[in-house]
Design a binder for this molecule. Structure first.
Ligand code: NDP
Ligand code: GDR
Length: 378
């Protein structure tokens, strides 16, 4: 039975990957951070009481900024495969916490590589590094593939650039099986709520139910190559099953503006949005409502009206330096790994809207029932 160690197991990708590897028969060991509130929502369904026999899913406290912790964990688990998914992964937040981001996302990768090397496990343990399309940053060429030059545009991307190169360096210097997955944006119903797609699908669901008036966003013109996280974690695993460690771009090859993602999300709810105005004054207004869909989905018809402004720009979401255009070329992954995504953008939006609508309805139902109004400080 193979053993996998996943850092960042409580995140979007960590949760999907853990489930995927357990289904493949792996023993899965995950690193979670200590926090004052539970942070394991995404993986609670995988948890089993460790007192039972045959438990194949184990969690440990750890942090990418703590070398001794990582060395001890690698020694204890003796993993065949390590998936390094842990990171301060929010680009905008990295401008506010640049030093921490460099430490966790950049030097953290080195700590993990050193743990494997110092423990003499370079021949046993294969390492996947969560590299990113943010490395391309300021557009040098499109579509972006494994040979496109990097030009990072945020403290996050600069930290990930270090992570990328230290993986390449340890592969060449110590003959380690270490590889970078240069993954373009991938989303899902369990995507963090402050990333733009999830922010949009949650807000659209709330607006459609009359629980929120307006969605405030930043740059509507940014273009991203959005895929589904379920497809992308499979590519991570494939990268560690090859004869030779190599780096791969994982992307759909289709790029969409933030503005169009908003349009598609509202359309999924039967609400047509038209944008007008320029720059900070741009806004999105309802121009049509599909009443059959409103009934079918159980939306709040009274809360929706023609001409209602449901999207506005708030410059506080602008970034000091922006990545305007990402579009990936995953030809190498298709040819060498046989990787082909199953979800297209429409299927992704549908999946996210469907899940958020259900979740928002559930929260509202509980709130109305008085279950969420407890105030511990009264
Ligand atoms: P998430 O933000 O959902 O998850 C990040 C995970 O890292 C969480 O489990 C988080 O813990 C953990 N973490 C953060 N800081 C530390 C630290 N210092 N030590 C240990 N763990 C830490 O990210 P995703 O799942 O979306 O992404 C996974 C990885 O892939 C990240 O490295 C990200 O940068 C990279 N990536 C993501 C892409 C995407 O579109 N999703 C595209 C390309 C790369 P906690 O839950 O406690 O916060
Ligand atoms: P990104 O994802 O920066 O590409 O990083 P995010 O969803 O945060 O932003 C995508 C684009 O949308 C624009 N935008 C907004 N973004 C957020 N978060 N909130 C807003 O209100 C908003 N309005 C417009 C952004 O400016 C940007 O252009 C993600 C992360 O998962 C990284 O960890 C990963 O490496 C990359 O994807 C690939």
């Amino acid at each position: 039975m193979k053993k996998a160690l996943i850092t960042g197991i409580t995140g979007q990708d960590g949760a999907y990957l853990a489930e995927f590897l357990l289904k493949k028969g792996y023993e899965v060991h995950g690193v979670k951070r200590r926090s004052s509130l539970f942070n394991t929502d995404r993986i609670d369904h995988l948890y089993r009481d460790p007192h039972e026999t045959g438990v194949k899913f184990k969690l440990y406290y750890g942090d990418m900024t703590d070398s001794t912790n990582l060395i001890r964990l690698v020694q204890e688990v003796q993993p065949d495969e390590i998936y390094n998914l842990a990171a301060q992964s929010h680009v905008k937040v990295s401008f506010e916490t640049p030093e921490y981001t460099a430490n966790a996302d950049g030097v953290g990768v080195l700590r993990l590589l050193e743990a494997v090397r110092l423990l003499g496990m370079t021949e046993k343990t294969r390492i996947y590094q969560a590299s990113t399309s943010e490395l391309y940053g300021l557009v040098q060429a499109v579509p972006q593939n494994e040979t496109t030059p990097f030009y990072p545009r945020s403290p996050y991307a600069v930290a990930k650039l270090y992570g990328y190169w230290i993986i390449v360096n340890y592969r060449e210097a110590y003959n380690m099986y270490a590889c970078n997955g240069i993954l373009f944006n991938h989303e899902s119903p369990i995507r963090g709520e402050t990333f733009v797609t999830r922010k949009i699908t949650r807000a659209a669901s709330k607006i459609a139910l009359g629980l929120q008036n307006c969605l405030y966003v930043g740059n509507l013109l940014a273009k991203r190559d959005w895929g589904h996280a379920k497809d992308y974690i499979e590519a991570m695993w494939l990268m560690l099953q090859q004869d030779k460690a190599e780096d791969f771009v994982i992307a759909t090859g289709i790029t969409t503006t933030v503005r169009d993602f908003i349009r598609l999300s509202f359309a999924e709810l039967g609400i047509e949005i038209e944008f007008s105005g320029k720059d900070e004054r741009e806004k999105g207004v309802i121009i049509d409502i599909d009443q059959d869909k409103v009934t079918e989905l159980g939306l709040n018809a009274d809360a929706l009206r023609f001409g209602q402004t449901v999207v506005k720009v708030d410059p506080k979401y602008f970034r000091p330096t922006e990545v305007e255009l990402l579009i990936g070329d995953a030809t190498k992954a298709r040819e060498k790994l046989g990787w082909v995504p199953k979800y297209d953008l429409e299927a992704l939006v549908k999946d996210m809207i469907c899940a958020d609508l259900q979740e928002v309805k559930k929260d509202d139902y509980l709130r109305r029932g008085g279950f969420k109004t407890l105030n511990y400080f009264e």
